[in-house]
Write a protein that binds this ligand. Structure first.
Ligand SMILES: *[C@@H]1O[C@H](CO)[C@@H](O)[C@H](O)[C@H]1NC(C)=O
Ligand SMILES: *[C@@H]1O[C@H](CO)[C@@H](O)[C@H](O)[C@H]1NC(C)=O
Ligand SMILES: *[C@@H]1O[C@H](CO)[C@@H](O)[C@H](O)[C@H]1NC(C)=O
Ligand SMILES: *[C@@H]1O[C@H](CO)[C@@H](O)[C@H](O)[C@H]1NC(C)=O
Ligand SMILES: *[C@@H]1O[C@H](CO)[C@@H](O)[C@H](O)[C@H]1NC(C)=O
Ligand SMILES: *[C@@H]1O[C@H](CO)[C@@H](O)[C@H](O)[C@H]1NC(C)=O
Length: 325
């Protein structure tokens, strides 16, 4: 054996020993994820992060794909108020999930301190939400792995496999962010989206796998979704690959945690589905979102849990897809 062969064999062993491969969920996602999940929060004042966050992570040694999420009302519905069930259950399928509270800075005058300390923020005109979301992504790329390794040994994020998802008008922010930087993320999901970003007739003509999701009652009175700016519109103006699903007998608030759902239901803020269905619906939606990101970020190049209607455990109103590209 020559010296160079010995050397390269040794090198190969070092590489193999030092590499953890990406976690891949091979089970049926609609049955719930297998991993135990923990969380921690990040704040503007303590961590110098652009926006307050809650991070859900699998509490088991491994390398994971990563997701950033922003919620309804341009992110004013905080992840830890409205979306804990969804985000934690998606995490259990092998994702580090960062719920970004995009409006965490508004209405809290005590936060002047943070603004003063950050000179770039005080000197420049106020950033658009999409620019802030990009800053948030940059912050996460630089710091999140350090925070994770402080929480649990051996848990880290693979930034090559980043996705973003959103609910309602939070989707306006993620869509505009993608239009600003298309290479930052590998796939994206729009849950009951509302956005003007593509009205004006523009289209997304670059390749970015996308999921568009809607509910039947969302477009009913009191109109929590608007035809022409919703999942159908984004789907129709998106390149391939993409998949669309709209479910029957569900409404815009049904995705929320139970307490928030109840507030929405009793105030008739949006038309809601049946309370008896809340548990079943949440099991479906966590599986559906996870199925998409398992397919597009964990390297399972198979959309079967999304495109085979008989696998979808809930009433379907509209389903269409374009994955042959
Ligand atoms: C975060 O984890 C703690 C400890 O397990 C738990 O009590 C809490 O409910 C979690 N918080 C959220 C917002 O999910
Ligand atoms: C990680 O923990 C060490 C020791 O407690 C601390 O000094 C450091 O600031 C922590 N880093 C992060 C990113 O939380
Ligand atoms: C987009 O984001 C990536 C990853 O953060 C970065 O390397 C790249 O420079 C950005 N591109 C633009 C056009 O901002
Ligand atoms: C189903 O979605 C497609 C794609 O947006 C749309 O063209 C079609 O009109 C929808 N069908 C119904 C019945 O809503
Ligand atoms: C769709 O799923 C059903 C039930 O899991 C299965 O029997 C059927 O073969 C699948 N169809 C395709 C085209 O994969
Ligand atoms: C996806 O497209 C295929 C081929 O057009 C179709 O058979 C299938 O029903 C579609 N599934 C969904 C969920 O849209």
């Amino acid at each position: 054996m020559s010296v160079s062969v010995v050397l390269s064999l040794g090198f190969l062993m070092i590489i193999t020993a030092g590499t953890t491969s990406l976690y891949v969920d091979k089970e049926n996602p609609y049955k719930g994820g297998a991993l135990p999940v923990k969380n921690f929060t990040l704040s503007e004042s303590k961590d110098d992060v652009p926006r307050h966050d809650i991070v859900y992570y699998p509490a088991r040694r491994g390398l994971y794909a990563v997701l950033l999420f922003t919620g309804g009302f341009d992110g004013a519905i905080r992840a830890e108020m409205g979306y804990t069930d969804l985000l934690s259950r998606v995490s259990a399928h092998g994702f580090v999930v960062m719920g970004v509270d995009m409006r965490s800075d508004s209405g809290t005058s005590t936060d002047g301190l943070t603004a003063d300390r950050d000179s770039t923020r005080t000197q420049n005109p106020p950033a658009s939400p999409a620019h802030t979301f990009l800053q948030q992504q940059d912050w996460a790329r630089k710091h999140l792995n350090a925070y994770l390794s402080n929480q649990t040994t051996g848990v880290s994020v693979d930034w090559e496999n980043t996705g973003v998802f959103c609910h309602s008008a939070g989707c306006s922010i993620t869509l505009e962010t993608i239009l600003l930087n298309r290479t930052n993320v590998k796939s994206t999901a729009f849950l009951e989206p509302f956005s003007f970003a593509l009205s004006g007739g523009s289209s997304v003509d670059f390749r970015l796998p996308a999921l568009m999701y809607g509910t039947q009652f969302c477009e009913d009175f009191p109109y929590c979704c608007v035809k022409g700016m919703d999942w159908n519109y984004i789907y129709d103006h998106w390149s391939c690959p993409k998949t669309l699903l709209a479910t029957k007998n569900q409404g815009h608030c049904d995705i929320l945690d139970h307490t928030m759902w109840e507030i929405c239901h009793t105030t008739h803020f949006c038309k809601t589905g049946n309370v008896d269905n809340w548990v079943e619906y949440h099991t479906f939606i966590q599986g559906f979102v996870s199925a998409f990101f398992i397919s597009t970020l964990q390297g399972v190049n198979d959309w079967k849990y999304l495109t085979n209607v008989s696998d979808i455990p809930i009433g379907v109103m509209n389903a269409t897809n374009d994955t042959n590209c």
